[in-house]
Design a binder for this molecule. Structure first.
Ligand SMILES: O=C(O)[C@H](O)C(=O)CO
Ligand SMILES: [Mg+2]
Length: 251
């Protein structure tokens, strides 16, 4: 199995270009990030070219302090679309293939309609990019609009855009739903990216409720060839947290 270092959590004490170099030196196959916007895209692109790593994904900005995305917030459509457009421009500048459009804290039919319209905007504005939506768990992100894979599947199927996909974060979906083996199998056609972390502590993927040897073998058997996102919170220096990597890479 191949792995992508999520630089929102791994080496997040470094500037993004240096974090990319650290991930390459540690043997990761790709990188991904959360919010790279305070870093010059030229410097990020240079680090990617130097290391040969691809940046798999980045997120739309969360908004004001306390917010967690804007794209499902009624009345905030102009800001949401500006952030989507900013993310698309940044992704294009660094050769990044996917954008996670963050919904935000909202509920109800008006929020759903706004989220659908903003996703439609994102998919049309960047047909060459994958637009990702990610259910988040209710403990970490109480009140977040998107919480379940079934909800994401309905958004994706009714949107009718080939480039709208599910971010299957095993950490969030284990907390909300469980039954991950069957969910990976059933949802494979709409999965655009997979992320992993231990449940419930969001630590290294070598302990906790989930056996990632089994999850990775399931992905392998499904023909999943893309890097899986290591989106866990290291305790201490990231370089000391990589003991899980050789065993899962061997799958
Ligand atoms: O928290 C997560 O799992 C995400 O992947 C993210 O993008 C930030 O909320
Ligand atoms: Mg995630």
């Amino acid at each position: 199995m191949k792995f992508s270092a999520n630089l929102g959590f791994l080496w997040n004490d470094m500037a993004l270009p240096d974090a990319i170099r650290a991930a390459a030196a540690a043997g990761f196959d790709a990188v991904e990030c959360h919010w790279p916007y305070d870093q010059a895209p030229e410097a990020v692109a240079a680090a990617l070219a130097e290391t040969g790593l691809e940046m798999l994904g980045l997120n739309t900005l969360r908004g004001k302090p306390g917010e967690n995305g804007l794209s499902a917030l009624p009345g905030r459509e102009a800001e949401a679309r500006a952030e989507i457009d900013r993310a698309i421009a940044y992704a294009r500048a660094i050769g990044c293939g996917a954008i996670h459009v963050m919904a935000g804290f909202a509920e109800g039919p008006a929020a759903e309609a706004v989220f659908r319209a903003n996703l439609d905007h994102a998919c049309r504005a960047a047909p060459e990019l994958t637009i990702l939506i990610e259910p988040l768990n209710r403990h970490d992100a109480p009140g977040y609009f998107l919480t379940h894979s079934g909800q994401a599947l309905d958004l994706i199927e009714r949107a009718g855009h080939e480039n709208l996909k599910l971010m299957f974060d095993c950490y969030h979906l284990q907390i909300m739903e469980g039954d991950l083996t069957r969910r990976l199998q059933a949802l494979q056609p709409v999965i655009g990216h997979v992320q992993i972390a231990a449940v419930p502590d969001r630590g290294t993927p070598d302990h906790g409720e989930l056996d990632f040897r089994h999850i990775c073998a399931t992905l392998r058997d499904l023909g999943w060839a893309r890097p899986v996102g290591a989106e866990y919170r290291p305790v201490g220096p990231t370089g000391d947290s990589l003991g899980w990597l050789p065993a899962l890479r061997a799958i």
